[in-house]
Design a protein around this ligand. Structure first.
Ligand SMILES: CC(C)(COP(=O)(O)OP(=O)(O)OC[C@H]1O[C@@H](n2cnc3c(N)ncnc32)[C@H](O)[C@@H]1OP(=O)(O)O)[C@@H](O)C(=O)NCCC(=O)NCCS
Length: 417
């Protein structure tokens, strides 16, 4: 079904007035249950630096003047191995119970993809519920919402007092930005966070579900050399630390002691890290008896394969140059069953990347839904091949080249709202 086939009383719209914004916010309060969600939505539409009202799409029952289904597009800029990639987050997806299973989200998704294409987004990402979004071509590809729980009894404290933790103020924004960028330099995949986004996080975001206690880490000379953030709301029972700068061992010991005291005061059973698994605090927590209690993932859809490969050209050339394939000359066909992308490589330089349409059988074949996992380094070619018989490679040498072109990557997207 497309929007022209909607029943007469149902109309596809985008937010264009204050009333629409209020109705969308009310709607999300109903769907996602909570006053703070309403404020969160209003903040995002009205105050977030990247927001545009046309990015809130909804279906209205015009007889009842009622929003019955709604989604939104939240703009991100991702860094993928140093390359900036425009990503459209699909957010706030919902349909009123009595209007479900009529294909309304399907229709809104068509509008979402059209808008994303018009505005030049290369990928779409969602933090969504399990399984559902596969029907739109999304697949798990970037770490999200890992929980590492450390019970308070495992936090013994070092007794050291080398650092002090001071509530962040708005004037700290440039320092926070620097510390964030330094941290993100450790990851292959991260989110760009501008000054305006930091100001949003320290301003409007503090008045909704997204509220955090933000602390600067200061040394004995009173210099701000790190930070960490404690979320007030989220999934789980523990005291949630969901973002930090780079930390040394003493900082980690002192943060845990500090967090234990807050957790005790707030009657929380544990300190719960919501951080990349490779983060030093996650690893330190595990070494002290903490347990990984949840792992999830951002679901990713590539909106334009050729466009993304073209963006990644310098990255792929560097990988070739640093491998035994250096100086390679080859025409490589990367077959996604529905489409085939041709790479013309001459002496290690990728001269041409183009779509060749459908091809019957080529040396390398991979189902299209697995492409995000390969490009975002969630799994590499041999891992995918070991699970899916239709990840196909007839030549060992080609398989080795794919391992080089698409290695596993580290990464994490800290929210910017
Ligand atoms: C998930 C939701 C948005 C779907 O809305 P909808 O308008 O019914 O969507 P569509 O009609 O386009 O698709 C309905 C299909 O999704 C399936 N579906 C619904 N919820 C699902 C879930 N949690 N997991 C998997 N499939 C689900 C339905 O069974 C139906 O399948 P069918 O087409 O084979 O009959 C709606 O059920 C909802 O608002 N749920 C509560 C809020 C929520 O979970 N939002 C998602 C947050 S990420």
């Amino acid at each position: 079904m497309n929007s022209n086939q909607l029943p007469k009383n149902l109309v596809l719209k985008t937010a264009c007035s204050k009333t629409d914004i209020s109705r969308i916010a009310e709607f999300n309060k109903l769907i996602h249950e909570g006053v703070a969600v309403e404020l969160f939505v209003k903040n995002l539409i009205k105050k977030h630096p990247t927001h545009a009202e046309q990015y809130w799409m909804f279906i209205e029952d015009s007889d009842k003047k009622l929003v019955v289904s709604s989604i939104c597009l939240i703009p991100w800029e991702l860094k993928l191995c140093g390359i900036t990639v425009k990503a459209a987050e699909l957010g706030f997806v919902g349909t009123l119970a009595e209007y479900r299973s009529k294909g309304l989200i399907n229709i809104l998704m068509q509008a979402f993809f059209a808008q994303a294409e018009k505005d030049g987004y290369t990928v779409s990402i969602i933090q969504g519920i399990p399984y559902y979004y596969r029907r739109f071509g999304y697949e798990y590809a970037i770490q999200l919402e890992n929980h590492i729980d450390i019970e308070l009894r495992h936090i013994t404290g070092s007794g050291k007092k080398q650092y002090s933790f001071v509530k962040v103020q708005k004037k700290d924004t440039p320092t926070l930005q620097k510390l964030y960028n330094r941290r993100m330099a450790d990851y292959d995949i991260s989110a760009v966070r501008t000054k305006a986004m930091w100001e949003y996080l320290l301003g409007p975001a503090q008045k909704a579900d997204t509220v955090h206690d933000n602390y600067m880490i200061k040394n004995k000379k009173n210099e701000a050399i790190g930070y960490f953030r404690i979320a007030h709301h989220g999934f789980g029972e523990g005291l949630m630390i969901d973002e930090t700068s780079c930390l040394n061992t003493v900082m980690m010991e002192e943060i845990f002691s500090f967090a234990r005291t807050i957790a005790e005061n707030r009657e929380k059973p544990s300190v719960q890290l919501i951080l990349p698994l490779e983060h030093e605090l996650s690893q330190y927590a595990v070494s002290c008896g903490g347990r990984i209690t949840m792992e999830y993932g951002w679901q990713v859809k590539v909106l334009g394969h050729v466009k993304l490969f073209q963006l990644l050209k310098p990255v792929m050339e560097k990988r070739i140059a640093q491998s035994s394939f250096r100086g390679l000359t080859k025409k490589l066909l990367f077959n996604f069953y529905k489409d085939t992308i041709e790479f013309e490589i001459q002496k290690g330089s990728i001269r041409l990347i183009q779509s060749k349409g459908w091809h019957e059988q080529t040396e390398v074949m991979i189902p299209p839904f697995l492409v995000p996992q390969l490009l975002f380094g969630w799994k590499n070619f041999s891992e995918l091949k070991s699970i899916y018989p239709d990840v196909w490679c007839s030549e060992k040498k080609e398989a080795a080249l794919f391992e080089i072109l698409f290695p596993k990557l580290s990464g994490y997207l800290h929210l910017m709202y």
